[in-house]
Design a protein around this ligand. Sequence first.
Ligand code: NCD
Length: 301
Amino acid sequence: MQHILRADQFTRQQVDEILSRAKTMQTLLPRNALDIARGHILAALFYEPSTRTRLSFETAMLRLGGQTISETDVQFSSATKGEVLPDTIRIVSGYADIIAIRSKHKGDAELAAQYATVPILNAGDGPGEHPTQSLIDLYTISEHFALGKETVRVTMVGDLKYGRTVHSLTKMLRLFENVAITFVAPEVLAMPSELVQEGDNTATELSDDILGASDVIYDTRVQKERFDDLAEYERLKSAYVFDTEKVSKMHEEAILLHPLPRITEITPEVDELPQARYFEQARNGVPIRMALITKLLGIRI
Ligand code: NCD
């Protein structure tokens, strides 16, 4: 595996291996003194806002004993002078051993991979994909359910059209047996039809039946930055709001996930409920990214 670009590049065996490598990383984490990536540098090129993804990539590299360089403010980047991505990637390939990139345009990570001489990690390409987030999501789900063995009913809610996390997650869940998927979105934000398969359920209303029957609810933010018409965004942004009443309709072992940031779609009171697992999910970003960095750099653990 040279780069991480899309969810559908993975085999089930590769996903299993990454999840188990992440588990090892999680057990090593408290020791806090790994130096297996000493001498390696991660470059974080982030041309769209990010807190979790960039900081967890950087934390992962630092926890491994490596170092990081970042470009985070596009205003101070040569991109504003008109430098094109292939040139930036050629240059940064000469500075760093691995590059995590987030950009506004679908396909940018693939483009970067064509010019890179070091591994590229797609940290989100516009409305395209976010495969490293999906590995975090699968890791979190498999901490609660025997994914691939017992039946797991996963419901994705919110902006399924522009939300890159749900695009990648849907593709990756296809690798596992016994997963039943339901998509809940307003019609204009529906999951792209090429990602919907026979046997999936789709709905525009988040009914009590769906809430009660789901083992995993994966809520998402309406992606304001992808709307040309902000009035349309305002109309849709609170289409589904998880408050304590809604979450109490979920069964007791069910989990509520969200890649974060949440804006209005989950009220703060929900954080106290046992189903709320999105902060745990965000923490899992570090061991997953430690697993990915070591794997791509060929570091044995
Ligand atoms: C998501 C993203 O950037 O796609 N956040 C993340 O990486 N954890 C979700 C979002 O921004 O809504």
